[in-house]
Design a protein around this ligand. Structure first.
Ligand SMILES: Nc1ncnc2c1ncn2[C@@H]1O[C@H](COP(=O)(O)OP(=O)(O)OP(=O)(O)O)[C@@H](O)[C@H]1O
Length: 273
C-alpha cells in the first residue's frame, strides 16, 4: 500500500522525505510556512514585490495593510491559486508549495477560509461537517455513508469547538451570519489543517459574534498556525501577538500591535499623511 507521502507526491523522493514517517510535518528547524522574495505581477503591476513572510508552528499571525497592499494575493500564492513570477514558498522545511496544485496544497494541510461563508444551507450543521471529512474522498459522492464512531466523535468535538453543538440537527440555512462563519471554520477544522488562512473573519458580525470569534481563533492557535487577514484594528488588537503590515506588496513592518500602530511609516501609510 502506498504511504501518505507517496499518495500526495507520487515518486518524488525529495517531496516524500518532507513528511515524517508518522505523517507529521518537518518543522524541527524553522517555520511551518514561509515565503521568500515572492513577486507577482499583473500586467506589469507588482501586486507582491519581494515579499518574505515566516510563520511559526502554532502561532496566530495577523496581517493588515491598506486596500491593495497584496494581502489577498499573498494568500492566493500560498494556496496555489496564483503562481508567483519569482520567489519560493515552503510548507515546513522541504515541501515546495510551488510544485503543487491547489487541491494538493489543501490536502497537505493548508486550509483557507474565505470571507463569504459557503455552507450548504439545505443540509444540517452536522451534515455540513460530515461532508467536510477528509477521511474518504467518496464522502462527496454520498451523504449517506456510514460514519465510524471515531468520525462521529470528531464531528462532535468540532461542533463543541465552534460552539454549535446545540444546532447540530438544524439546517445551516437558519444560522445567523456569524454562526455560518463558525460552521465554515468547523468545516475547515474537519480537514485537520496545520495552517489556516482566514480572510476577514468578522465582516458583517455583531459585537457579540466578534467577541466569540476572537475566542474561537485564540483557542485554535497552538495546535495549528493561523494567518488572519483583517481590517478591523480593534479586533486585531484583541487576538494578535504579532502583526505583519503589508504595503505595496511587501512587508512594511512587523511587531506587536502597539509597535506597529506607533510606527510612523504605518501611520503614514494608513493616514496618507
Ligand atoms: N487578477 C488581477 N489582475 C490585475 N490586478 C490584480 C489582480 N489581483 C489583484 N490585483 C491588484 O493587485 C493589488 C493587490 O491586490 P490584493 O487584492 O492582493 O490586495 P489586498 O491587500 O487584499 O486588498 P483589499 O484589502 O482591498 O482586499 C491591487 O492593486 C489589485 O488591484
Amino acid at each position: 500500500m502506498k504511504t501518505f507521502a507517496e499518495n500526495l507526491f507520487g515518486e518524488d523522493d525529495k517531496l516524500k522525505s518532507s513528511v515524517l514517517a508518522d505523517g507529521e510535518l518537518d518543522t524541527r528547524h524553522g517555520p511551518i510556512l514561509y515565503m521568500e522574495d515572492v513577486s507577482v505581477s499583473f500586467d506589469g503591476f507588482k501586486a507582491l514585490n519581494k515579499l518574505s513572510l515566516y510563520i511559526d508552528a502554532g502561532e496566530l499571525r495577523c496581517v493588515i495593510g491598506p486596500n491593495g497592499a497584496g494581502k489577498t494575493t499573498m494568500m492566493d500564492v500560498i494556496t496555489g491559486k496564483t503562481r508567483p513570477d519569482v520567489g519560493s514558498v515552503f510548507f515546513g522545511q522541504t515541501i515546495d508549495l510551488l510544485k503543487m496544485d491547489e487541491p494538493a496544497i489543501a490536502q497537505v494541510g493548508i486550509g483557507r477560509k474565505f470571507q463569504k461563508p459557503s455552507v450548504f444551507d439545505a443540509l444540517t450543521v452536522f451534515e455540513n461537517l460530515e461532508l467536510a471529512l477528509k477521511a474518504d474522498k467518496r464522502t462527496w459522492q454520498t451523504l449517506f455513508f456510514r460514519l465510524s464512531g471515531e468520525q462521529r466523535d470528531r464531528i462532535g468535538a468540532v461542533l463543541e469547538t465552534v460552539g454549535l453543538s446545540a444546532f447540530a440537527k438544524e439546517r445551516a440555512g437558519i444560522l445567523s451570519h456569524g454562526q455560518k462563519q463558525w460552521l465554515e471554520i468547523g468545516m475547515l477544522l474537519m480537514q485537520e489543517p496545520k495552517v489556516m488562512l482566514v480572510d476577514e473573519p468578522i465582516a458583517g458580525m455583531t459585537h457579540q459574534e466578534i467577541e466569540r470569534t476572537a475566542e474561537l481563533l485564540l483557542s485554535l492557535q497552538g495546535e495549528r498556525s493561523l494567518v488572519v487577514v483583517e481590517h478591523d484594528m480593534e479586533f486585531v488588537r484583541s487576538i494578535a501577538k504579532k502583526v505583519t503590515v503589508l504595503h505595496e506588496g511587501t512587508v512594511l513592518t512587523e511587531g506587536t500591535m502597539d509597535e506597529v500602530q506607533n510606527d510612523p511609516r504605518v501611520i503614514q501609510v494608513y493616514l496618507g499623511g
